[in-house]
Design a binder for this molecule. Structure first.
Ligand code: ADP
Ligand code: ZN
Length: 519
C-alpha cells in the first residue's frame, strides 16, 4: 500500500510539504495515539485529523460546534475526492438516514457531527456498529467554562474515551492560554495525550491600536489603505453592524452585514459572497468567523473592544492565513471600556465569573495601552516568550512618546471628586473646559473650583487622559450604576501630588486612524 502520509498529502490535498508539526502529529495519531494540538488559527489544524482519517481503517468522527463550518469542510473534502459527510440539524430525515447507512457500511472516511447529536443514545449505538478510525474534537476550548465559546455538551465527550478506549483521540484548538490548556486536558481526559504546541506568533500580521475619536472617519481612513481587499470589521452589537455596513456601502465600499439576528438565507448568501468574492468587507459580530477558511483576508478591524485577549487573538488570526502582510487594527475608547464593564456587572453571572471577566478585560486594556511591543504582550499572555521589538506593530514602528500628565491627572481626579463621583467623562470634560451645557447649569457645576481649570487641553486630549486614568486603575467605572467615574484607593497619592503620572502622547491628528507606517 502506498499510504505514506507524504504521498497522500500531495495526492489528495495537493500540498508539497507538511507545515510545522503537522507531519509529526499525523504520524502520531495514525499510529493510534492521543494528541492535544494547539495551533494558531490558519496553522493547518484540519489536516492533522483529515490525513490520519485516510491512513487508518474506518471512519473518523469529527466533533465540531458549528454547522456552517462543517458544511464548508465537507464540501471542500468532497471536492478532493474524500468520502466525507456531516450530520446536523440542517439535514432532512432521509438524508440523515442515508449518512447513517454509509457510516455503518464503512462508506465514509470522515463524518462531521455536532456534539449534541453525537451524544444521543441513538448515535452512540450507531458508532457501536461502525468501524472507527479516530475521534477528532475540533475547537476543543469549547469545553472550558471560562472560555468565550463554552459548550456544555463538550463536557460529556469523555464518553468517547470511556466507551471506545482503543480509538485514538485528537483535540484541537487555537486558544492557548495555559489555564485553558490544562482545562481541556482535564475535562476531556487527555492528560496522557501528547501535546503539540506551535508558536502562536503570526509575524505577517501588523498590530495597531488607535484611540477612538471619530470612529467612522478613522475606519474610512484605515480602509483607504485597503481598497479592493477582503477584510472583516467587528462590532459588538447587531445594530452597529447594520449601521456600519450601510455607512461603508454609502462610501462606495463593498460591505455586507453579518450577525446572528439575520435570517439564515441572507447570512449564508453574505458569507458566500465574502468567501468567493474579491474584496468584500464583512461587517460582523463575533458570530462570524469561526471556521471561515479564506486565506486572503487582508485585515481584521475592531470597532469595539473585544472581551479578552484570547478572543481578540482568535479574531485577528483570521487575517493573513496565506502568510502575506495583513493588518489587525483596533479603534478603542473609554466608552467601550465603560460599556463592557457594565455588561459584565449587569450580567447573570456569579461573582467569581464576573471577577474573572473583569480580569480578562483588564488584560486586554493593558494590551491596548501598552507602550511595549504589542506582539510581545500578546504572546506573553499565552505564556510564550518573545524578545519584543517585532518591527511589525505600531509601537515598534513609531515608538510612543510619553508626557508628564501629573497636573492633568490631578485636575481630572479633583473634577471627579467635586462633582460627586457619578458623572461620565463627557460631562467631566465639559466642566474642566468651562463648557456651557444645560447639565452644567442644572447641577451648578459652573460654580465649582474645578470649572474651567482644564482649558489648556482640548476635548480629545482630555478623553485620552480619562481613558488612561481608568485603564491604569486611577479611576474606576461605576458599572452597577450609570457608568460614572469614581476615585479609587490609588487616586489619593495622585490627588495629593505625591505620585507622578506619565501618560501616553496622542498621535498627531494627521496620523490618527491610519495604521502605523504605511508606505
Ligand atoms: P486552522 O484550522 O488551523 O485554522 P486550516 O486547517 O483551515 O487551519 O488551514 C489553513 C489553511 O492552510 C488552509 O487554506 C489549508 O489548505 C492550508 N494548509 C494547511 N496545511 C498546509 C500545508 N501543509 N501546505 C500548504 N497549505 C496548507
Ligand atoms: Zn512590535
Amino acid at each position: 500500500m502506498e499510504s505514506q502520509p507524504e504521498v497522500l498529502l500531495e495526492r489528495v490535498f495537493g500540498h508539497h510539504a507538511f507545515r510545522g508539526a503537522q507531519g509529526e502529529i499525523v504520524r502520531h495519531v495514525a499510529a493510534g495515539h492521543d494528541a492535544l494540538v494547539l495551533m494558531p488559527t490558519g496553522g493547518g489544524k484540519s489536516l492533522c485529523y483529515q490525513l490520519p482519517a485516510l491512513l487508518r481503517e474506518g471512519t473518523a468522527i469529527v466533533v465540531s460546534p458549528l454547522i456552517a463550518l462543517m458544511q464548508d469542510q465537507v464540501e471542500a473534502l468532497r471536492q478532493l475526492g474524500v468520502r466525507a459527510a456531516c450530520l446536523n440539524s440542517s439535514l432532512e430525515a432521509m438524508e440523515a438516514q442515508e449518512v447513517e447507512r454509509q457510516l455503518v457500511a464503512g462508506g465514509l472516511d470522515l463524518l462531521y457531527v455536532a456534539p449534541e447529536r453525537l451524544l444521543t443514545p441513538r448515535f452512540l449505538s450507531l458508532l457501536d456498529r461502525s468501524r472507527l478510525a479516530l475521534f477528532a474534537i475540533d475547537e476543543a476550548h469549547c469545553v472550558s467554562q471560562w472560555g468565550h465559546d463554552f459548550r456544555p455538551e463538550y463536557r460529556e465527550l469523555t464518553v468517547l474515551h470511556e466507551r471506545w478506549p482503543q480509538v485514538p483521540r485528537i483535540a484541537l484548538t487555537a486558544t492557548a492560554d495555559p489555564p485553558t490548556q490544562r482545562e481541556i486536558a482535564e475535562r476531556l481526559q487527555l492528560q496522557d495525550a501528547r501535546r503539540f504546541v506551535t508558536s502562536f506568533d503570526r509575524p505577517n500580521i501588523r498590530y495597531t491600536v488607535v484611540h477612538k475619536d471619530d470612529a467612522r472617519r478613522q475606519l474610512l481612513d484605515f480602509l483607504a489603505g485597503h481598497r479592493g481587499q477582503a477584510g472583516i470589521v467587528y462590532c459588538l452589537s447587531r445594530r452597529k453592524v447594520e449601521e456600519f455596513a450601510q455607512f461603508l456601502a454609502a462610501h462606495g465600499i463593498d460591505a455586507l452585514p453579518y450577525h446572528a439576528g439575520m435570517d439564515a438565507a441572507t447570512r449564508a448568501a453574505n458569507q458566500r459572497r465574502f468567501l468567493r468574492g474579491d474584496g468584500v468587507v464583512m461587517v460582523a459580530t463575533i458570530a462570524f468567523g469561526m471556521g471561515i477558511d479564506k486565506p486572503d483576508v487582508r485585515f481584521v478591524a475592531h470597532l469595539d473592544l473585544p472581551k479578552s485577549i484570547e478572543g481578540y487573538y482568535q479574531e485577528t488570526g483570521r487575517a493573513g492565513r496565506d502568510g502575506e502582510p495583513s493588518e489587525a487594527w483596533m479603534c478603542y475608547g473609554l466608552g467601550d471600556l465603560v460599556l463592557l464593564r457594565q455588561m459584565i456587572e449587569q450580567s447573570e453571572a456569579g461573582p467569581e465569573r464576573k471577577r474573572l471577566e473583569h480580569r480578562k478585560l483588564d488584560a486586554l486594556v493593558g494590551y491596548c495601552e501598552t507602550m511595549r511591543c504589542r506582539r510581545q504582550v500578546l504572546l506573553g499572555s499565552f505564556g510564550e516568550a518573545h524578545p519584543g521589538a517585532c518591527g511589525n506593530c505600531d509601537n515598534c514602528l513609531s515608538p510612543p512618546e510619553s508626557w508628564d500628565g501629573t497636573e492633568a491627572a490631578r485636575k481630572a481626579l479633583s473634577c471627579v471628586y467635586r462633582t460627586g463621583q457619578r458623572f461620565g467623562a463627557a460631562h467631566l470634560i465639559d466642566v474642566l473646559r468651562g463648557g456651557r451645557t444645560t447639565r452644567i447649569q442644572q447641577f451648578g457645576h459652573d460654580r465649582l473650583s474645578v470649572y474651567g481649570i482644564g482649558a489648556d487641553l482640548d476635548a480629545r486630549e482630555w478623553r485620552g487622559v480619562f481613558r488612561q486614568l481608568v485603564a491604569s486603575g486611577l479611576l474606576d467605572v461605576d458599572a452597577e450604576g450609570h457608568g460614572g467615574l469614581r476615585l479609587t484607593a490609588a487616586s489619593r497619592p495622585v490627588l495629593r501630588g505625591e505620585q507622578p503620572v506619565p501618560l501616553r502622547k496622542l498621535p498627531n491628528r494627521r496620523e490618527r486612524g491610519r495604521s502605523a507606517a504605511r508606505t
